[in-house]
Design a protein around this ligand. Structure first.
Ligand code: HEM
Length: 305
């Protein structure tokens, strides 16, 4: 039975630490073995720091997978779809590794992050690191509650984890990240009603607009995608606000049993439909980076050390 990495489906925390690495060529064997060690270490840390709900996961870049584990990979693993339409862009960065560390204390995340960097010393170079934090009552920095329609309870596993359809990779998850930088000055000049029309929910009390009132350009209209049978396509979002007084926004994270759902949502947000509708939230925020990964089960990491 494949054991998933606990951080993939974990409930929200107060703090997140996101570490992105490029791996040194020729170090693959040592990296495989260290990744198994790190996943074991994260597992131990979740016991040691259980009172602050510690968890984490390791994800391997879509462009790096075959170099690390050979040609047999998760059936649907592919590079991040770099999309663009008018001035809306989703840049792609071929990061090799993403390590997600999270709990309710920023100092514990920092301590674990330092340990992990030591374990990868001489094997990989850290290329981006971001601290995420809970803002107010789980709001994005736009002031809107984020995560309301996320899958709940055991349904999180169903949405986020690969099942029997790809048995060797069972318990793993397709991960997409995007670091969005908000133009809060521009956003905060809007009237609250205009902001609400852009999100498709009310701001203060987080009520969803009726489908009649929900603009076709609202974020939740563009992101809520259905398949041919009218069934909702879902992702598990593990995003958090990040930043400082100079640059701030959302570190978006999607975990899913397939890359298709994220790709279709992103496409619907960015690309105009035949009537020119796109996600108007993108007039106030810009993706600065983006990448696709696979977070294998702990069992896979241990077996391929
Ligand atoms: C700056 C970037 C983003 C911000 C600030 C943002 C914010 C929000 C907010 C406030 C909601 C409504 C509450 C909720 O259900 O969580 C929401 C819903 C949602 N977002 Fe985003 N989001 C961002 C990017 C994305 C991206 C890139 C995707 C996927 C590609 C996405 C997918 C979704 C989905 C699936 C929902 C739920 C829709 C529903 O069924 O009602 N979001 N987002």
């Amino acid at each position: 039975m494949a054991r998933e990495q606990a951080g993939v489906c974990a409930e929200g925390n107060l703090h997140g630490l996101y570490l992105l690495f490029d791996c040194h060529e020729g170090s693959e064997a040592a990296i495989r073995s260290q990744l198994a060690e790190i996943s074991h270490y994260l597992d131990e840390a979740s016991e040691q720091y259980c009172e602050v709900a510690f968890s984490g996961f390791i994800a391997i870049g879509a462009n790096y997978w075959s170099q690390l584990y050979g040609d047999t990979g998760p059936a649907l693993l592919r590079p991040f779809p770099s999309l663009g339409c008018d001035d809306r862009h989703a840049p792609a960065n071929p990061y090799d590794l993403f390590i997600h560390i999270r709990c309710d204390r920023a100092d514990i995340n920092h301590l674990v992050g330092n340990e992990i960097c030591l374990m990868l010393e001489d094997l990989a170079t850290i290329v981006e690191q971001v601290n995420g934090f809970r803002y107010l009552d789980s709001r994005d920095l736009t002031g809107f509650v984020d995560g309301t329609e996320n899958p709940k309870g055991i349904h999180r596993q169903k949405v986020a984890l690969v099942g029997e359809e790809d048995s060797e990779f069972r318990g793993g998850s397709y991960i997409h990240i995007q670091r969005y930088r908000h133009d809060l000055k521009k956003w905060n000049q809007l009237k609250v009603k205009n902001q609400e029309d852009i999100i498709g929910r009310t701001k203060e009390d987080n009520q969803e607009y009726t489908s009649f009132n929900k603009p076709k350009t609202s974020h939740i209209r563009r992101a809520a995608i259905k398949d041919g049978n009218g069934k909702s396509l879902e992702i598990l979002r593990q995003s958090m606000p990040y930043g400082d007084m100079q640059e701030q926004g959302l570190f978006f994270i999607s975990c899913c049993s397939t890359p298709n759902n994220f790709e279709l949502m992103l496409q619907s947000m960015i690309m105009s439909d035949h009537k020119g509708h796109y996600d108007h939230l993108l007039d106030f925020t810009q993706a600065i980076s983006g990448a696709a990964f696979f977070a294998p089960s702990m069992t896979f990491l241990a077996h391929h050390a």
